[in-house]
Design a protein around this ligand. Structure first.
Ligand code: MSP
Length: 493
């Protein structure tokens, strides 16, 4: 599982955190299924944009990237991003991989020298065709004017791969989620591809072209190769074969062309398989506009973590927008989702269940009953949740888990154990059922809210999240009242 590597021209914001959190949830889900997972993230540290940010701050590019990369690393830790490796493109290991990979492409005859004149957006680090621009020669992503650039540089013969790429998408050999994005890619491919310029002489902040000292590679061309750096392409064939091409690249819709067209073509040109799956997210919007570093509408994810918790932010981002679609976000809605779903539904049910077990059963948790017609429908939520995670629909999976919580709450309201005598068998059945339903809901929610899921398990007196199936009997444990899982927020700010 990979995230895009993040530009270090500013601090992380909610939009960049969204990519990391989605990838993290999928990585966690697959670990939970028992799959062997290698989860990669990192920072994209070369290129004109970074050089310009360093200049603006009056420091060298290296000082600037060290500073900002550590902000991303720190933020991802606070957001519980469970990455196995963090690749920085200024690392020596990455330079080595880029040079080996591109030398393979060069030797295979797919890189040639040429002259390029084009319209460039520095914020995108990409050339645009006139026809793609907004009125006034403005970039379609940043809505800022593009600049004309001309350079002698090396070209990658992308055009040679048009038909093979079409075949790969038509046959489903490269899977794309959501599927409509594959059609978009096919539409683009069918217009035919142009060769792309992949080196620069105008800047020095980049990976040196091994066969020509005057050139550095164009930032996108070096960045994509980060995915191979961590699995030791060209250095450890066993490790490379273990992980490639079974890769799941998660990326935003703004960078689909690089991942769906360039990257597979680069892999084919170097003689390796293309990646097998692309997972494409939509954008987080603020009042209809993309949240981005270049338009000051960012929300700082760490301020949310400090006010509430990392789980709160993760829950909101994963549940409020369906995967692949754009979603408008706001702090008011985030607080509302915390209060309604986490504090009211989940947090309250856990507190009430524990309190009733303490009051009516002296803290000894009743055993989990077998499934019968009164509680078997709860398992439908589990199976819906499993399917949804497997198909990359976090909001549906979370929805299924929360339905399970709400149905359990209805059971509690129906049996009213608080009105019944101590050690009442019906209450024992009801509370045993709810304890198991809460365990399964926590399990399904754990890729999204890992800390709170463990909080639920601890409060229920269990030692771990356990299996994804109903477990009659269960552990005998002593429960005691604990701090609320999600304290209600005071006044909305
Ligand atoms: N450095 C390139 C990626 C190279 S991958 C080989 C890049 N970096 S980025 O920092 O600009 O963006 C990283 C990811 O964050 C992208 O997937 C992008 O779509 C995502 N997001 C940035 N802003 C976003 C929103 N407002 N909403 C959702 N995701 C967005 O592109």
């Amino acid at each position: 599982m990979t995230t895009p590597i993040f530009y270090v021209n500013g601090d992380p914001h909610l939009g960049t955190a969204y990519a990391a959190i989605n990838a993290d949830a999928f990585a966690r889900w697959h670990r939970l299924l028992g799959d062997e997972v290698l989860f990669l993230t990192g920072t994209d540290e070369h290129g004109l944009k970074i050089q310009q940010s360093a200049d603006e701050h009056g420091v060298s590019p290296q000082v600037w990237v060290d500073h900002t990369a550590s902000r991303f690393l720190g933020a991802w830790r606070e957001l519980d991003i469970s990455f196995d490796d963090f690749i920085r493109t200024t690392q020596e290991r990455h330079h080595r991989t880029v040079q080996q990979f591109l030398t393979a492409i060069y030797e295979n005859g797919f890189i040639e020298k040429g002259f390029y004149v084009g319209l460039y957006c520095v914020a995108c680090e990409a050339y645009y065709e006139e026809s793609e621009l907004l009125e006034g020669s403005r970039c379609p992503v940043h809505e800022r004017p593009v600049t004309e650039m001309s350079e002698e540089n090396y070209f990658f013969k992308l055009s040679a791969f048009t038909d093979r790429l079409i075949e790969l998408y038509e046959s489903g050999a490269i899977r794309v989620t959501p599927e409509f994005r594959a059609n978009e890619v096919l539409g683009f491919l069918r217009q035919g591809l142009k060769d792309i310029s992949i080196t620069r002489t105008s800047i020095t902040w980049g990976v040196k072209v091994p066969w020509d000292d005057n050139h550095v590679f164009y930032v996108w061309y070096d960045a994509l190769i980060n995915y191979l750096t961590a699995i030791e392409y060209g250095e450890d064939t066993g490790r490379f074969a273990q992980w490639w091409p079974a890769v799941h690249h998660l990326l935003g819709k703004d960078i689909i062309r690089f991942h769906a067209v360039w990257w597979p073509a680069m892999c084919l040109a170097a003689g390796i398989d293309p990646p097998s799956q692309l997972l494409v997210t939509g954008w987080l919007l603020v009042d209809g506009a993309k949240m981005s570093k270049s338009s000051s509408n960012q929300i700082d994810p760490l301020s949310v973590v400090r006010e509430m918790s990392s789980d709160t932010l993760r829950y909101y981002l994963l549940s409020s927008t369906s995967f692949g679609a754009d979603g408008d976000v706001s702090l008011e809605r985030l607080r509302a989702s915390y209060n309604a779903d986490l504090a009211n539904d989940l947090g309250n049910l856990v507190s009430r269940t524990v309190a009733l077990i303490v009051q009516k059963f002296g803290g000894k948790a009743p055993l989990v009953p077998s499934l019968d017609e009164r509680n078997v429908t709860l398992m439908e939520f589990v199976s819906n949740g499993i399917t949804a995670w497997n198909e990359f629909h976090p909001n549906v999976a979370i929805g299924a888990a929360m339905e399970m919580v709400r149905s359990s709450n209805s059971l509690l309201e129906h049996y009213e154990p608080w009105r019944r005598p101590v050690d009442d068998p019906e209450s024992a059945w009801c509370l045993g059922t709810i304890r198991e339903a809460l365990r399964l809901a926590a399990l399904l929610l754990s890729p999204a809210i890992p800390q709170a899921a463990h909080g639920v398990i601890e409060r229920l007196g269990l030692s771990d999240l356990g299996p994804l199936e109903w477990r009659p009997g269960g552990e005998i444990s002593e429960l005691s009242r604990a701090e609320p899982l999600f304290p209600r927020l005071q006044k909305e700010k």
